[in-house]
Design a protein around this ligand. Structure first.
Ligand SMILES: Cc1cc2nc3c(=O)[nH]c(=O)nc-3n(C[C@H](O)[C@H](O)[C@H](O)COP(=O)(O)OP(=O)(O)OC[C@H]3O[C@@H](n4cnc5c(N)ncnc54)[C@H](O)[C@@H]3O)c2cc1C
Length: 449
């Protein structure tokens, strides 16, 4: 193993994914020197990976963090607004359920690779940031802050110590595993029994949108679902979420005929939009999902952030939004040269209730997306929630809206308020009373809303 001789970087970040890169920008803006080690090749010169999580949704928390790092304007042209959920029944029909009351209450689809590349391009222009690709971290010493890594040719290297090493290396974090092996942290992964597969829905032959743009499309089917998010080139990225085993499952979709019959029965309108469906389904990988619980996130000079610390299931569209929010909090806590260990302790203390809350809400949202939306009272309940918000602005805000559009409300607070609001909705629906009833006023006061 060869030792590298370079001046000790103030901060080493492992992982130039969206979280690692955004954090580098925020720390450099505060005058810190940052070195970023990334396992993959430089995406500015390498083709993007295909067939896996191609686009994702950004909401208020993610946008606020991008704005804070000064990169929102650069990313803005890449965003496609989605104003509500467009449901599809087996005949391809269904309502559009708006996300919120106001025009600005919308979420934004963005191509994951393009977002990451835009952040890397921004970071490459900052003198205090040193980006290094083809560097796969394999170990970290918590006491010294020394990272070991393997280069593209397979040779091992050990860095000089860094004052702070941040693991932003995603759900399969090598740094987390290194700390686990050293006994400084424990981690458990709760796998979801459902896997996913992505499919590309191209623009029509005339270059038009294949589905109504500006909506997140959902084909809810109870135990499973298909969703689709728009791309700027008028294509959509569809994702099938399906049990790994059981009657309707990835296990039973064993050949081309079975897959086609399943789609023709459950999602005929979507199937008609994908000319090379059979080839895509056979070629695209089947992804795994789960929730990662890990504690503590911090050991001496090492801290985990983003998916490395708290990967969640994607059903609230918040994993990256949450990781970006981590970056803002950590940058605030480290601001002005504050000492790293105490900032890390404070980061974990402050952030964990929120990451636990969004992990739980993300799992709950899977049931809502694939099943609850089918319940006869779902639309009535959503409408009542919006009516209450209109009548009692600031006092009643639907939980989905708090999570997606109110970055100023921490996730844990959204979860607590959401539970109290659910009680109000249950009671009003049971009584057949509306938002303008005396009962609504009383229930809100009783729930301290
Ligand atoms: C199907 C699906 C849909 C999703 N949809 C949404 C959504 O709509 N909205 C949302 O907010 N979130 C969504 N997410 C979650 C989101 O993708 C993650 O939360 C986000 O990518 C986490 O960012 P990160 O930078 O922490 O990790 P990653 O994006 O995983 O980046 C980690 C980086 O570290 C690098 N790396 C890994 N190991 C090493 C190593 N040993 N050495 C050096 N570098 C290394 C990787 O190459 C990568 O560049 C979705 C996730 C999935 C699976």
């Amino acid at each position: 193993m060869s030792a590298r001789s370079r001046g000790a970087a103030a901060v080493t970040i492992v992982g130039a994914g969206p979280v690692g890169t955004l954090l580098a920008l925020l720390l450099a803006a505060d005058g810190r020197r940052v070195r970023v080690l990334e396992r993959r090749a430089d995406p500015r010169s390498a083709p993007a990976e295909r067939g896996r999580s191609i686009n994702l949704a950004l909401a208020a928390r993610g946008l606020a963090a991008l704005a804070r790092a000064g990169v929102l304007e650069r990313v803005q042209p890449e965003l496609v607004a989605m104003r509500g959920r467009q449901l599809h029944d087996r005949d391809g029909r269904g309502p559009l359920l708006p996300y919120g009351l106001r025009q600005e209450e919308q979420i934004h689809a963005v191509d994951r690779a393009r977002l990451n590349t835009a952040l890397i391009e921004a970071a490459a222009r900052v003198a205090l940031i040193e980006l290094e690709f083809d560097r796969r971290a394999i170990d970290v010493e918590p006491d010294s802050g020394r990272v070991s890594w393997v280069d593209g040719a397979g040779a091992q290297h050990a860095d000089d110590p860094a004052a702070l090493v941040i693991g932003a290396d995603g759900a399969g974090s090598a740094l987390r595993q290194a700390l686990q092996q050293r006994g400084t942290l424990r981690a458990t992964e709760e796998p979801l029994a459902h896997d996913y597969k992505e499919l590309h829905v191209p623009a029509t032959p005339t270059g038009d949108w294949p589905l109504a743009p500006h909506a997140l499309h959902i084909w809810p089917r109870g135990e499973f679902m298909l969703i689709a998010l728009p791309n700027p080139d008028r294509s959509f990225t569809a994702t099938l979420f399906l049990p790994a085993r059981g009657r309707d499952s990835f296990e039973t979709l064993i050949d081309r005929a079975a897959v086609r019959a399943f789609f023709a029965r459950e999602f005929p309108d979507a199937l008609a939009l994908i000319p090379d469906f059979d080839a895509q389904f056979a070629a695209h990988p089947q992804g795994k999902l789960g929730t990662l619980y890990c504690w503590p996130w911090h050991a001496r000079r090492v801290l985990l952030v983003g998916d490395a610390a708290h990967a969640i299931v994607p059903f609230h569209g918040q994993g990256l939004n949450c990781g970006f929010e981590d970056c803002v909090l950590l940058a605030d806590l480290l601001a002005g040269g504050r000492d790293e260990p105490s900032a890390c302790v404070q980061f974990e203390r402050q952030r964990r209730p929120d990451t636990d809350a969004i992990a739980a809400m993300a799992i709950e949202n899977y049931r809502e997306m694939r099943a609850t939306v089918l319940a006869p009272d779902f639309a009535a309940r959503k409408q009542l929630a919006l009516d209450l918000e209109q009548r009692f602005p600031g006092r009643f805000i639907p939980r989905y809206s708090m999570v997606m559009f109110h970055a100023e409300i921490p996730y844990a607070e959204a979860q607590r308020r959401g539970a109290r609001q659910d009680g109000v909705l249950d009671a009003l629906l049971a009584a057949g009373a509306g938002a303008d009833s005396a009962l609504a006023t009383k229930l809100l006061a009783d729930a301290a809303l």
